[in-house]
Design a protein around this ligand. Structure first.
Ligand SMILES: [Cu+2]
Length: 345
């Protein structure tokens, strides 16, 4: 009994908030605050350039994906969050239109059978029990009907699996989510390779921003809406799991291995998620905030990140690098200067 008490106490300490565990995460260097940049250039007496490129983060009125509390809406709190991806909508349809009705019907049927047996075949009502031990017709029915039910479930189920395994197209924008103990880092591999470090806001900061505590973060994962994203998930230390319920996205972040899945968000907005793999003392304090923006806004946001480059910029740079040196007039002996230089090099 003593051992059990100690075990429970140890567990409580392990899951207690930061106060109980003397382990505070100092936020690593994160993206430069645009306001700071402007302030600095003012101090230096330079011309002030609008570093934000007109980009402003969405406010709490644009929150789409978040859990509902039971006080707010009992029914909504018991089911899935609203879905904002095609796969999510398909999965929600499968749950609402296929699985739940079947589960409901089977439960009612079994309950009815039980009540009937209890009432009809109780000792008082059934003095001389039947000696029947076989009934071919019933045996065929109770074999075939469950098979049909399973096939009916298997069709949409396997379809959903196949859709989730669909590889992102070649031109998808690659973003890598790195799980750290205990925060997330978002690497924008196709936009210059900068990484945004994302830490949870504390309660007063979250509430003053109008955002839910333990879901709001300081630096959001900004992504483009309506275009396929190749979201790679990686564990930098232990196994984490990148999960955003309203985007139907959950993928383990495993050290030494990159997992990837397509993410295509249908609507601009803010979507909250959390780490969903027990990863240590502050596992419950590494939320995810995805902000889906139009391509134009996304590019404006990328441009204000240190080292951030839009696709157009990268393509222009690549084109400039790949462009052949201006072709010189052929010299008398028939060789071109360009060729001679290349050969010498
Ligand atoms: Cu984690």
């Amino acid at each position: 009994m003593h051992f059990l008490t100690m075990l429970v106490a140890a567990f409580m300490v392990a899951i207690a908030p930061s106060g109980a565990v003397a382990q505070d995460i100092s936020a690593p260097a994160s993206t430069v605050d645009a306001a700071e940049v402007v302030a600095e250039s003012v101090a230096d007496g330079e011309v002030v350039i609008d570093e934000t490129g007109g980009f402003e983060h969405f406010g709490p009125d644009r929150i789409l994906g978040q859990p509902t509390s039971a006080d707010e809406d009992m029914l909504a709190s018991m089911t899935f969050q609203d879905q904002y991806t095609a796969n999510g909508n398909y999965a929600l349809w499968m749950h609402d239109a296929i699985l739940l009705p079947i589960i409901f019907a089977i439960s009612l049927f079994v309950l009815g059978l039980l009540l009937w047996v209890i009432a009809r075949y109780r000792r008082a009502a059934n003095q001389v029990p039947s000696k029947t031990s076989h009934n071919t017709l019933i045996e065929i029915i109770w074999t075939v009907v469950p098979v049909i039910i399973l096939v009916v479930i298997a069709v949409p189920s396997i379809t959903l699996l196949a859709r989730q395994y669909q590889a992102p197209p070649e031109d998808a924008i690659t973003i890598k989510a790195n799980g750290y103990q205990w925060y997330w880092g978002y690497e924008y591999l196709d936009n210059g390779g900068f990484e945004v470090i994302s830490n949870m806001l504390d309660e007063s900061e979250a509430l003053s921003a109008g955002e839910p505590h333990q879901l709001a973060v300081d630096n959001r994962m900004v992504v483009p809406v309506g275009v396929p994203i190749r979201l790679q998930v990686f564990g930098a230390d232990v196994i984490h799991s990148f999960a955003v319920p309203s985007l139907w996205f959950k993928m383990d972040a495993v050290p030494g291995r990159i997992n990837e899945k397509i993410l295509l968000i249908e609507e601009e907005g803010i979507y909250y998620g959390q780490c969903m793999e027990l990863c240590g003392a502050r596992h419950g304090y590494m939320p995810i905030t995805v902000e889906a923006r139009s391509m134009e806004d996304y590019n404006a946001w990328v441009a204000m990140q240190p080292g951030g480059m839009t696709r157009a910029q990268i393509q222009a740079e690549d084109a400039a690098a790949a462009a052949p040196a201006p072709v010189e007039e052929a010299t008398d002996d028939g060789t071109e200067e360009g060729e001679a230089v290349e050969a010498a090099a």
